[in-house]
Unconditional design. Structure first.
Length: 289
């Protein structure tokens, strides 16, 4: 049995004097530039996207956990800006045609939301763990969607360091060596450590997943790359639970994740640059078209 005391599938630089390389975890509300009104408006639009029907103000307030007066003010502002339409007879709101072009562009960029959401729901149903999809945001991986039970954590917008985390390591393994080096230099990782980081990335590519502790070892995370075309950009499928829930069945969990990804429409699957480097050019071209 593998020694779980030291995870072998993380890209973890070694701290040098005066350098703090602990994994950073940032919650959405901790960012100073966050405008609550702007994000609430986007949350409203996301809610319409999920429910796909006109909504009353009380439904929006309940779904978003906001006070009724705050919700009413926000919805009226969005009506005034022509982003929402208000039906006075039914007392319901719905997105206006002003957003149609935006919706079409999102669909063309990211493909079918239903297939990606189905991956989250399937893996969560089969494992009972928190399941996330994350994409890069500067030197962090940011959770953009998740599936979790009522008693589990998990938060959209949560940001975790690329270096030292399982989801970050899976992301780095999707990149070619030049991009890994570029990100390491931006993170001010000493040049002497770059070769070890590249070897770790190659090992993760070979094994097909990354794993390791988060939040000081209270949880254990497993992450695998998502086909790049599925999200329109490099993305990572991750799951997390207590060490007892995860460590002794990593192989089974990885298999479940790969099985769910394998059900994606072939048109949404494409090779990452790192994967393309491992196969003949002609084969890589066929796989990405």
């Amino acid at each position: 049995m593998r020694n779980r005391e030291v995870p072998v599938t993380l890209i973890v630089p070694t701290a040098v004097r005066g350098q703090d390389l602990s994994v950073r975890i940032k919650r959405p509300g901790e960012r100073r530039s966050l405008s609550r009104s702007a994000t609430r408006a986007l949350d409203v639009m996301e809610l319409f996207g999920h429910l796909r029907r006109p909504l009353r103000a009380m439904e929006v307030a309940k779904a978003l956990g906001t006070h009724s007066s705050t919700t009413n003010q926000l919805l009226k502002t969005m009506v005034d800006s022509a982003h929402l339409i208000f039906d006075a007879r039914e007392k319901t709101y719905l997105p206006s045609p002003r957003l149609a072009a935006f919706g079409v562009w999102l669909g063309e960029t990211y493909g079918s939301e239903k297939q990606v959401r189905a991956i989250l729901d399937e893996v969560h149903a089969r494992t009972g763990l928190v399941v996330t999809i994350s994409t890069a945001n500067d030197l962090d991986l940011q959770v953009i969607d998740l599936a979790a039970g009522p008693d589990h954590g998990g938060e959209r917008g949560l940001r975790v360091s690329i270096f030292g985390s399982a989801i970050g390591s899976a992301y780095l393994a999707m990149m070619d060596d030049a991009e890994v080096v570029r990100l390491a230099e931006r993170a001010r990782i000493p040049e002497i450590q770059l070769l070890d980081l590249l070897h770790s990335a190659a090992r993760i590519r070979h094994e097909g997943y990354a794993e390791g502790p988060i939040t000081g070892g209270a949880f254990w995370s497993v992450a695998v790359p998502l086909p790049m075309r599925a999200m329109g950009a490099a993305a990572v499928l991750g799951l997390a639970g207590s060490p007892g829930e995860v460590q002794n069945r990593v192989g089974d969990l990885v298999a479940i994740m790969h099985e769910a990804i394998g059900r994606l429409n072939p048109a949404q699957q494409a090779l990452s640059p790192a994967e393309q480097a491992l196969v003949p050019a002609e084969q890589a071209e066929r796989a990405s078209t």
